[in-house]
Design a protein around this ligand. Structure first.
Ligand code: F6R
Length: 617
């Protein structure tokens, strides 16, 4: 969704805030804004629509704003269009026009999240004489804080606490009060926020890369907590206003890991990081042949049913996880879209395990599904990339994938890391339940994946060439059976989300139940053929669509050379255990999507309408 930053210290805040926003631009990029204060002077607010560079130009890279205390925001519009007036920061006073310039307001703030009952609150404030200049839910929250602050003549923490009790929804909120120079007040519920401290200065951000240049010492603020931040100091409070003690945590990944490292786009860099990410994730869980995902052996033995719940690409990992787990362990697995699971009144098995997969660990639907499972008394296990995120903290146990910071909106390396976690889960479950007698051959095969992915990456020019022919393509179909179908789901999503070419993944056997009528001359159909027992079947579906004019690409195992008689273009993937084929077959699909989008001149790292972390429903 949106990204927020804050700083209070001894240096000029503007450039530091803009640097932080640059690192968070992947979270939202339709408008941005800053509010900076110089001592007790009123805050200076500057906003701009479009990418961050506009705000940088407008503020001379932040230098035009005087002051050492400030907040910033990069927006991905939810309530209200992406206009300058709707951009954050928002203020408690009445202002018109662009809402930029010096503001005499009591309260100035930024917000990431969504306030569900903002209309009802707005009506209340209108009755109390407030007026509104924007159509955002954030302006309502800022004015509500102002209302309580003035009505009850209380301090900032108490005013924010009263507001938190009154609002429904999610928020990472930062506010400055004109009566409290050099201080920033924050509050959090279901939206990410970290606080960094170094050299007598304090930083706030939605995500670690925004502050890594300055500090590695961070506090994780919990749900329904607030903090009062001064230069070099952070004081935390619960909803009752009682102070709570917290430990500083050291962030271990490097700032360079979050940079492009010589690649034109983060997505390409992240695609190339996959061999390392696979190896790191594997080695973090497996030592001397023993798999440790932090799960209790006895509990694994008692599981009667598994639910895998996730969104988007993480859901696609779940579909592969279903095939692999059922095949290796015999335990029934259901894969559920988190956005559906949370509202389906399904009867959950008591001896079940709910697995939540999430890169960000903050996806609103996945988090809600996790809570629903816990409410039903079901054990939860999360596979998460972002350390300290809500899903990681709230699940009964968590396994952290080792993808490092993923910046491109379209996931690649986090997906690959999640697959490894799913394979290891299935192998461990099979080991505990005795359906796998010897895990060694499977683990040895996993060890070979990084080299095999590397080999596929070396062949990328062929995909670049093929992608160059797809500039005018309008529709693409991905077909496969079994695990190959699950791989197609991800290949198709990658293509459509960054190139804006319409694409669909179909279970190959399902084509003739309707979709085949869409096949006409030149329609691109991509077949995935990695499962030995399904090869002939999918091949015959490819022959069927070819005879109706389709243009065919195949992603097939080395050795399946008969595919050449049918497909117009084939990418061969190294042989592996069929359970793990997804880790290899997805690589050419990622590359195809990347090169197609680049060829069409699209903004690969920041596709339109999408945000990296979907913290609203
Ligand atoms: C697609 C993509 C999304 C995410 C989905 C879940 O490339 O990245 O589909 O997989 O939004 O996000 P997380 O994993 O953060 O819960």
């Amino acid at each position: 969704m949106c990204g927020i930053v804050g700083f209070t210290g001894h240096r000029q805040a503007g450039p530091i805030l803009l640097h932080g926003l640059e690192k968070l631009e992947y979270r939202g990029y339709d408008s941005a804004g800053l509010a900076v204060r110089n001592g007790s002077a009123p805050a200076e607010v500057v906003k701009s629509t479009g990418k961050l560079v506009k705000l940088e130009e407008k503020t001379d890279n932040g230098k035009a704003l005087e002051g050492c205390c400030g907040i910033g925001h990069t927006r991905w519009a939810t309530h209200g269009e992406p206009t300058q007036i709707n951009a954050h920061p928002h203020v408690s006073g009445n202002c018109t026009g662009s809402a930029s310039g010096t503001v005499e307001s009591e309260v100035v703030g930024v917000h990431n999240g969504i306030i569900e009952n903002y209309i009802e609150l707005k009506e209340k404030l209108l009755r109390h004489g407030y007026s509104f200049y924007s159509s955002t839910d954030t302006e309502v929250v800022i004015k509500l804080i102002d209302y309580y602050y003035k009505k009850y003549q209380i301090g900032p923490i108490d005013a924010i606490a009263k507001t938190m009790v009154r609002v429904r929804g999610s928020y990472a909120l930062e506010v400055m009060f004109s009566d409290y120079p050099n201080e920033i007040y924050v509050a959090r519920k279901d939206s990410p926020m970290i606080i960094g401290i170094a050299d007598g200065e304090t930083y706030i951000a939605s995500d670690v890369p925004a502050i890594l240049n300055y500090t590695r010492s961070v506090y994780y603020i919990d749900n329904l907590e607030m903090a009062r931040l001064l230069p070099g100091e952070a004081h935390f409070f619960n909803l009752n206003g009682d102070e709570v003690q917290k430990e500083l945590t050291e962030v271990t990944f490097s700032a360079e890991a979050a940079e492009k490292g010589g690649y034109e786009h983060f997505m390409m860099k992240e695609i190339h990081e996959q061999p390392r990410v696979i190896a790191d994730t594997l080695h973090s869980a497996v030592q001397n042949g023993i798999i440790d995902l932090g799960l209790d052996e006895e509990q694994l033995r008692q599981i009667r049913q598994i639910y895998i719940v996730a969104c988007g690409s993480a859901y696609h990992v779940g579909v592969i996880g279903q095939y692999v787990t059922e095949d290796l362990t015999g335990v029934p697995v259901r894969v559920e879209l988190a956005s559906e699971f949370r509202y389906r009144k399904m009867k959950l098995e008591k001896d079940a395990l709910v697995i939540i997969i999430s890169q960000s660990g903050e996806t609103a639907d996945s988090l809600a599904a996790l809570r629903e499972a816990k409410k039903n008394g079901i054990r939860t296990f999360s596979i998460v990339n972002v350390v300290g995120s809500s899903i990681a903290r709230e699940a009964d146990s968590v396994f952290y994938t080792k993808a490092g910071p993923e910046i491109a909106v379209a996931t690649t390396k986090a997906y690959s890391a999640q697959l490894i976690a799913m394979y290891l889960f299935a192998i461990r479950l099979g080991e505990v339940r005795d359906t796998i007698k010897d895990t060694k051959p499977l683990l040895e095969e996993l060890e070979k994946l990084p080299d095999k992915v590397e080999r596929l990456l070396e062949d990328k020019e062929r995909l670049q060439w093929f992608a160059s022919k797809l500039g005018n393509t309008k529709d693409v179909f991905y077909i496969g059976r079994g695990l190959d179908y699950a791989i197609c789901l991800e290949g198709s999503l990658k293509l459509k989300e960054i190139s804006y070419i319409h694409s669909e993944a179909y279970a190959a056997g399902e084509l003739k139940h309707g979709t085949i009528s869409l096949i006409e001359d030149g329609r691109l159909v991509i077949g995935c053929l990695t499962q030995p027992e399904l090869y002939e079947k999918t091949l015959s579906n490819m022959v069927e669509v070819k005879s109706r004019g389709a243009y065919l690409m195949a992603v097939a195992n080395y050795g399946y050379y008969s595919i050449e008689d049918t497909a117009d273009f084939t990418v061969y993937i190294p042989r592996t255990d069929p359970h793990f084929a997804g880790s290899l077959a997805v690589i050419p699909m990622q590359l195809l999507a990347y090169y197609t989008a680049v060829g069409r001149g699209e903004d690969v790292d920041k596709p339109r309408n999408l945000a990296k972390s979907v913290t609203v429903e």
